[in-house]
Design a protein around this ligand. Structure first.
Ligand code: PGA
Length: 264
């Protein structure tokens, strides 16, 4: 039995205004039960974080930002800093492939965002993943290696222990094609990621880091990923907008824990 708590993250992307988000949380609240060993995190739009923070039952849900700016304060028109989010969120997605691809976020910018999150006591959920082109060219490990090494390079081993890494092959994300990744293939990469962390920061850090899988995950297929060795949860996009599907994902995680005795 591992000591890492399962993490199920809903990435709502640029969907749901304040009242739509409030309705979804209401439905999720009715449908989801509290499980000691499962953490459920909602990542709504920036605009919706504040109102949701007063609505959510904190025993059931935690909040995440989908992005933030790496400087703490200053003349950066249009940006919101991790410092400003400090009392509002536990987590922040960093380096999601939509940010890397549509907003040209560089490896260095992502590194600075990870450091800014840690500096402000927000747990980074570092998203990594190779594109279809890189996958086909056999460059997956090199790409992931570069993403991991750069993103974590300003952290100490103790800080790395806190980080969550979400492996999301770009080609498996619903909006970029949504080809389902084979669990056996994902297993190989999860092992590779933990091995990288171990090489860079030691076995203790590698054992503590939580590694998630994301890419077209829904209630029907989530189990195939959650039961992989060293898979600590899921990052869910499309299916997280549907309360039945999202609640079904949490049910599947709970069922798996009950069967394996990890719910104690
Ligand atoms: P998806 O998105 O579940 O819709 O593929 C996952 C993500 O982009 O985080």
């Amino acid at each position: 039995m591992n000591q890492r708590r399962t993490l199920i993250v809903a990435n709502w992307k640029m969907h749901l205004n304040t009242s739509q988000a409030s309705l979804l949380v209401h439905r999720l609240h009715e449908r989801i039960r509290i499980h000691r060993n499962i953490e459920v995190v909602l990542a709504p739009s920036m605009l919706v974080l504040q109102p949701l923070s007063t609505q959510i039952d904190r025993r059931k849900f935690r909040l995440a930002a989908q992005n933030a700016y790496q400087k703490d304060e200053g003349a950066f028109t249009g940006e919101v800093s991790f410092t400003m989010l400090q009392d509002l969120v536990h987590y922040a997605l960093i380096g999601h492939s939509e940010r890397r691809i549509y907003f040209n976020e560089s490896l260095e910018e992502i590194r600075d965002k990870v450091a800014a999150a840690i500096r402000n006591d927000i747990t980074p959920i570092l998203c990594i993943g190779e594109t279809q082109h890189e996958h086909k060219a056999g460059e997956t490990k090199q790409v992931l290696h570069d993403q991991i090494v750069t993103a974590l390079s300003n952290l100490t081993a103790a800080q790395v222990k806190e980080v969550v890494i979400a492996y999301e092959p770009v080609w498996a994300i619903s909006t970029f094609g949504g080809t389902l990744a084979k669990p056996t293939e994902v297993q190989h990469i999860l092992d590779f990621i933990r091995h990288q962390v171990s090489q860079l920061y030691g076995a203790t850090a590698a054992e503590a880091v939580r590694v998630l899988y994301g890419g077209s995950v829904d209630d029907q297929i989530v189990r195939g990923y959650l039961e992989l060795e060293g898979c600590d949860g899921a990052l869910v996009g499309g299916a997280s907008l549907n309360y039945q599907k999202f609640a079904g994902i949490i049910d599947a995680a709970h069922r798996l824990q009950t069967e394996t005795g990890d719910d104690a």
